[in-house]
Design a protein around this ligand. Structure first.
Ligand code: MTE
Ligand code: MO
Length: 363
């Protein structure tokens, strides 16, 4: 079931495939561990997965934000010789949950109609971007850092060539917690997730985590690309002055590890599970409702709040009578923020954070 542009097998029990994108089915995470196994981690490709040779690969760091405007190359062996760090973090598409703008709020949006499965949490191993930039010779004038992928040029539906996927990071974030990752869950980075090296920007929207990185421009002037000007900002009635600032942190969400319209036997107690996460900090509480929101009760949390990660939770439920039901889950994070009833609309459907109505059937 491989889709054009995706290398790993995409069995239907794990993925919903949309063109060159594959969404993780949350039901397939039930009973798996904290980290999303590589074979069920979602894939978001603007074009197609390139097949790159790790031994031929090199990263070029260049630009007028380096001392004496240098150009410095790093092979994979060079990166592996630097001190390594391992960090558990999610990658989540800015448009995760987008389909609910239309499905729950009746609002039009453009882009891939994800449900909630455009997220995964992995253990990433690599080197700190800060170490690489300092070794390349960071100048005090540097302000922006622009990683660019080695995948093909992205041509939009109307035929405009936007060039290779690239998006600037402010220097402050680049020097904070960003990795150049070469391992995912203890394996070399798989082709679909950026082999041999990707950028990993903890807690930020997925587009920041550029895969198959080939060069990084360090600039003394602010940099722009379609991925921080035309996309990945909030546009629409709530943002009349040309859109919001470029998106950075992800928002807060919860998902049940159940397919939509799952059948659950009436008169039987079920143990139901799910996961909640927030780019604003760890999740500290999750409440669930099995009666369309009339009553709520706390779910049992199985993980401590984890910045950049998610928490697993469970609840027990015994549907009394057969019939359609709606399950709800709502998370609160360390900043005290709780998922709202609705998300303020933006035309490209980013950062959906409202409580999702999950339909099931008691049978
Ligand atoms: N990097 C490159 N080079 N090309 C891409 O198409 N897609 C971005 C980002 N990095 C993309 C990329 C988007 S929109 C997301 S959500 C994440 O990669 C998805 O990462 P994953 O496919 O490993 O889940
Ligand atoms: Mo994305």
């Amino acid at each position: 079931a491989a889709a054009p542009g995706i290398v790993k097998p995409l069995p239907e029990d794990r993925f919903t495939v949309r063109g060159t994108n594959a969404e993780t089915r949350f039901a397939s995470l039930a009973g798996t561990g904290y980290h999303t196994p590589n074979d069920r981690f979602f894939v978001r490709n603007h074009t197609a997965t390139p097949t790159l040779s790790a031994s031929d690969w090199a990263l070029t760091v260049h630009g007028d934000g380096l001392t004496r405007d240098r150009t410095v190359d790093f092979t994979l062996a060079d990166l592996r010789a630097l001190p390594s760090v391992t960090h558990s973090a999610f990658v989540e598409c800015a448009g995760n949950g987008r389909s609910f703008f239309t499905g729950q709020q009746g609002q039009p949006v453009s882009g891939t109609a994800w449900t909630l499965g455009a997220i995964g949490v992995a253990r990433w191993r690599g080197v700190r971007l800060a170490d690489v930039l300092r070794r390349a010779g960071l100048s005090r004038r540097a302000v922006d850092v622009l990683p660019r992928g080695l995948d093909a040029d992205y041509v939009t539906d109307d035929g405009t060539n936007l060039g290779r996927v690239r998006r600037p990071l402010p220097l402050s974030k680049a020097l904070d917690d960003v990795l150049l990752a070469y391992e995912m869950n203890g394996e070399p980075l798989p082709p679909d997730h950026g082999h041999p090296v990707r950028v990993l920007v903890p807690s930020w929207v997925g587009i920041a985590s550029v895969k198959w990185v080939g060069d990084i421009e360090v600039s003394a002037e602010p940099l722009y690309s379609p991925w921080n000007t035309d996309f990945y900002r909030l546009f629409g009635d709530a943002h009349p002055d040309g859109g919001s600032a470029p998106l950075t942190r992800q928002t807060i969400k919860s998902a049940w590890e159940l397919d939509g319209q799952a059948n659950l036997a009436a008169g039987v107690t079920h143990r139901l599970t799910g996961r909640s996460w927030s780019g604003g900090g760890g999740v500290v509480a999750v409440e669930v409702s099995t009666d369309s929101g009339a009553t709520w009760r706390p779910a049992r949390l199985h993980d401590a709040p984890r910045r950049d990660g998610w928490v697993r939770w469970s609840t027990h439920w015994r549907p009394a009578e057969p019939g359609p039901r709606t399950l709800l889950a709502r998370a609160t994070d360390t900043t005290g923020r709780t998922q709202p009833e609705a998300t303020v609309h933006n035309t490209q459907g980013y950062l959906f954070d409202a409580v999702v109505r999950h339909p099931v059937n008691a049978v």
